[in-house]
Design a protein around this ligand. Structure first.
Ligand SMILES: *[C@@H]1O[C@H](CO)[C@@H](O)[C@H](O)[C@H]1NC(C)=O
Ligand SMILES: *[C@@H]1O[C@H](CO)[C@@H](O)[C@H](O)[C@H]1NC(C)=O
Ligand SMILES: *[C@@H]1O[C@H](CO)[C@@H](O)[C@H](O)[C@H]1NC(C)=O
Length: 244
């Protein structure tokens, strides 16, 4: 975490500046936001344990346009956070394949959770909160997923890679307060984005990036770039982040 206390103080100072200097906090910035065509974008879906963290892992990667969390992998029709039934917590990623490949998303998937189990521990694979699943939507994706799993297994001799590879099925979006969870728990970062609605927090690529930043999960280069932007915003006293 960035220092929560410092961020809180900064927010208090900014709010004080707001009333003292008449700085205006726009309520709605939609006009400014990413309006890139969706035609060439692709969707990936992974389960890798807690979906708050999963969303933060992918949000900051170059080429990732949007992220959201939800439930998939099962057959029940009404999964909820406290009642997953046979589903798993998942992150859905909308990405530009010209900038980031499915293969690179798989790398991020494997390096950001523990997909293994000590051999002999028993078939606890079904633990709904720690399931590891790669969803695929084509034979190419399926082949890449299988090859990456074999590679992971070859590197972990005494452990079993429990990751399942499943055909993409229904995805049930999670309740709004689970979307961009890391961002939501930092009021200052929410302030930086103006007054985004629940819906905008799901569709904004800026919110996806800042969500990763809030969890300290951006690549170092991106983390530093955002640090600098936020610092500049603080100096100027105009508390709005419009691009990263
Ligand atoms: C933010 O927008 C909502 C409507 O989406 C409104 O109800 C709320 O008062 C706004 N808050 C601020 C601080 O502008
Ligand atoms: C899965 O693939 C089909 C056929 O290529 C495509 O129409 C569909 O949009 C894809 N689904 C997702 C979620 O990407
Ligand atoms: C923000 O503005 C857009 C159009 O400019 C509108 O469609 C949207 O409903 C507004 N959002 C809020 C929360 O007011």
């Amino acid at each position: 975490m960035k220092s929560g206390v410092a961020a809180f103080l900064a927010a208090v100072i900014l709010c004080a500046a707001n009333s003292a200097l008449g700085i205006r906090f726009p309520a709605n910035l939609s006009g400014n936001r990413n309006v890139r065509s969706d035609r060439s974008l692709k969707i990936a879906l992974f389960a890798m344990g807690n979906f708050w963290r999963s969303e933060a892992v992918f949000g900051c990667l170059d080429g990732v346009q949007r992220t959201s969390v939800g439930y998939a992998g099962g057959s029940a029709t009404d999964p909820e956070y406290r009642k997953l039934r046979d589903h798993a917590e998942c992150v859905q990623i909308v990405y530009d394949p010209q900038i980031i490949t499915f293969h690179q998303l798989l790398d991020a998937f494997w390096s950001n959770h523990d997909s293994t189990q000590v051999f002999g521990q028993g078939p606890d694979v079904g633990n709904e909160y720690s399931r590891s699943i790669i969803f695929t939507n084509s034979t190419v994706e399926s082949r890449l997923a299988t090859a990456s799993k074999e590679f992971q297994q070859s590197r972990s001799k005494d452990r079993v890679v429990t990751t399942q590879i499943q055909r993409l099925g229904a995805f049930y979006p999670a309740e709004p307060h689970h979307q961009k969870f890391e961002l939501r728990r930092n009021p200052f970062y929410l302030l930086l984005l103006g007054n985004m609605s629940d819906e905008e927090l799901v569709t904004s690529s800026l919110a996806a990036k800042l969500n990763g930043y809030a969890a300290d999960l951006c690549p170092l280069r991106t983390q530093r770039k955002i640090d600098a932007k936020i610092e500049a915003i603080r100096r100027k006293g105009w508390p709005l982040l419009t691009d990263i």
